[in-house]
Design a protein around this ligand. Structure first.
Ligand code: PGA
Length: 249
């Protein structure tokens, strides 16, 4: 059985005052029936991890470098994330692929380093609107999967987030059939590459405009094991009902 995962991606949002949201989540979910992850900006990881220590809320990063250390001004390594108290790292988010030119091979190298460092890699894949309209969605997702996921992936160190780019921050959500089609495809690809045991144990998250009002419908889709939530993860009062919907799914 795959344990469900509700993951929050704060992106470039949050200063010290926002730690109160993590405190509120911890208080609201003392023994959740799903895993909870918050990925704040790097400046808050250490404080967030201290706050969340011993609770059901895990803390993650939003990116890491592919090297352990070295002359890479401004970058953060997987080892540093671990040292700060992170257990997970989001990799290959479409905003990083777009803003920083990250290619599948970059994401794969980062994921390898993250896994070697003991982090769980949450690798993001997703098509643009033009790619969907050209009926290329599955080709794009298939290419991103084979390019971005390292061979050392297991059900313990890998989570995949399917995030259609056109659904991120837009309020537009695919139909449940569209989500189901892509998640089923990802599951089949993972089983083919890694074998049924590993392929069936990797958790698949949906991401893109998940809100309290649409979460239950999305979580009812087969092979949706949780969500990667952006905007609605910033406030505990929004994220908490999404977590509750996942626990009830
Ligand atoms: P959103 O972002 O929930 O604000 O659409 C999701 C994401 O980019 O992970």
């Amino acid at each position: 059985m795959r344990r469900k995962l509700a993951a929050g991606n704060w992106k470039m949002n949050g200063t010290a005052a926002a730690l109160a949201e993590i405190e509120a989540l911890i208080a609201a979910h003392p023994a959740p029936a799903a895993d909870i992850l918050v990925c704040p900006p790097a400046t808050l990881i250490h404080r967030a991890a201290k706050l969340a220590g011993g609770s059901a809320v895990a803390i993650g990063g939003q990116d890491c470098h592919a090297e352990a250390s070295g002359a890479h001004t401004g970058d953060i390594s997987a080892e540093m994330l671990r040292d700060a108290g992170a257990s997970h790292v989001i990799l290959g988010h479409s905003e990083r692929r777009a803003d920083h030119g990250e290619r599948d091979e970059d994401v794969r190298a980062k994921a390898r380093r993250a896994m070697e460092s003991g982090l769980i890699a949450v690798i993001c894949v997703g098509e643009s609107l033009a790619e969907r309209e050209a009926a290329n969605t599955l080709d794009i997702i298939g290419g991103q999967l084979s390019g971005s996921v390292p061979d050392m992936a297991t059900g313990e160190n890998l989570v995949i987030a399917y995030e259609p780019i056109w659904a991120i921050g837009t309020g537009r959500v695919p139909t449940t059939d569209q989500i189901g089609e892509v998640h089923g495809f990802i599951r089949a690809r993972l089983e083919r590459r890694f074998g049924a045991g590993v392929g069936r144990s990797v958790r698949l998250l949906y991401g893109g405009s998940v809100k309290p009002g649409n979460a239950a419908g999305i979580f009812a889709v087969p092979d949706v094991d949780g969500a990667l939530v952006g905007g609605a993860s910033l406030k505990a009062e929004d994220f908490s009902p999404i977590i509750a919907a996942l626990e009830a799914a």
